[in-house]
Ligand binder design. Structure first.
Ligand SMILES: [Zn+2]
Ligand SMILES: [Zn+2]
Length: 269
C-alpha cells in the first residue's frame, strides 16, 4: 500500500477542502505522508483555478504552521504544482511538481489551456495549428521538455495530460513518436514521474496517465514512478491506487516511490 499522495489541491487553489481537512482524511486512510501542491500563479488564468502570487506567503505560512502542529504525529509536506508559465521560488517548498497546462499562442495572444476541455483543444488545433492535431502535440511536448530543461523540480506532473479528453489515438505511431521523444529527454533530467489517477476519478479516463505505451517506455528507461491522485477533494486521495499498482506490476515495474519528510522511499510492489 502506497499510503501517500503528494499531488493534492486545497481551497488555496481549485481544491474543495482545506489543508486541515485533507490531513484529517489522509490520516483516517492510514497514510504515512501527505503533500499539498496547490497551483502556481499564471497571470492569464481564465478560470481562477490557480493561486495568486500574492497568496504564496499565506499559503506557505499556513502549511508550515500545520506541519509544525503535526510534528511527531504525521508527515505533511509543503509543495507546489508549478506551471511552465509561473516563475516561483522553489526554495520555499519541500518539493515541486513541474506541470504543463498551457500551449503558446502563435499569434502572440495568451497561452491556451491544454486541460480545460476538448472544445478548447479543438479550437486551438483549428485556430493555431492549421487543423493539425499533431502540431498541438508537438508544441505541448516541446514545452514539457523545455520546462524540465530550464527549471528544477522533483516530480514530472501528468506527462501526457494533453490526452485527458482522448483527442489522440494512443496507438497512433505519429503521436507516440512525439511523446516518446519528449519522454526520453525529460527522463534524463527529472528524477521522478507521477502516475496520475486524477482523470480516472473525474470520469475522463479509464486508466491513469501516462498512457500504457509511455509506461512501457518508462520501464525500459528505468524511470522512477510515484503514484498520485491529483486530488481536489478528500474522497479522491487514494482513488484507483490499488488497480493502478496492479497495472504497473503487469507493465513490469517492481517498485514505486513515495515522498516522506526525509526524502523518497522505495516501496516494493
Ligand atoms: Zn496539473
Ligand atoms: Zn494538480
Amino acid at each position: 500500500m502506497i499510503a501517500s499522495n503528494v499531488h493534492t489541491h486545497t481551497v488555496f487553489s481549485d481544491g474543495k477542502n482545506t489543508p486541515e481537512e485533507m490531513v484529517t482524511a489522509a490520516r483516517a486512510k492510514g497514510f504515512v505522508s501527505l503533500g499539498i501542491s496547490d497551483h502556481s500563479d499564471t497571470p492569464f488564468d481564465p478560470t481562477g483555478y490557480c493561486m495568486e502570487a500574492k497568496d504564496y506567503p499565506r499559503y506557505v505560512r499556513t502549511l508550515r504552521e500545520l506541519q509544525k502542529s503535526l510534528e511527531g504525529e504525521f508527515e505533511l509536506l509543503c509543495g507546489m504544482e508549478k506551471d511552465y508559465y509561473s516563475p516561483i521560488d522553489a526554495s520555499l517548498y519541500d518539493y515541486v511538481i513541474g506541470s504543463v497546462h498551457y500551449v503558446p499562442d502563435p499569434q502572440g495572444g495568451d497561452p491556451w489551456s491544454v486541460d480545460m476541455s476538448r472544445a478548447v483543444q479543438e479550437k486551438y488545433v483549428a485556430n493555431c495549428c492549421g487543423g493539425d492535431r499533431l502540431e498541438f502535440a508537438r508544441r505541448f511536448f516541446d514545452i514539457t521538455v523545455r520546462h524540465a530543461q530550464k527549471e528544477t523540480f522533483l516530480i514530472q506532473g501528468h506527462f501526457d495530460v494533453i490526452n485527458k479528453f482522448s483527442l489522440f489515438e494512443e496507438d497512433d505511431p505519429a503521436y507516440q513518436t512525439i511523446a516518446m521523444e519528449a519522454l526520453r529527454e525529460v527522463a534524463k533530467i527529472v528524477p521522478y514521474f507521477e502516475v496520475n489517477c486524477g482523470a480516472m476519478y473525474r470520469g475522463y479516463r479509464a486508466i491513469p496517465y501516462p498512457a500504457p505505451f509511455l509506461l512501457e517506455e518508462m520501464h525500459r528507461l528505468g524511470v522512477k514512478l510515484i503514484l498520485s491522485g491529483d486530488s481536489h477533494d478528500t474522497a479522491s486521495l487514494d482513488y484507483a491506487f490499488e488497480e493502478t499498482q496492479a497495472l504497473l506490476k503487469r507493465t513490469g515495474f517492481t517498485s514505486l516511490w513515495r515522498l516522506r519528510s526525509g526524502g523518497m522511499e522505495e516501496i516494493l510492489l
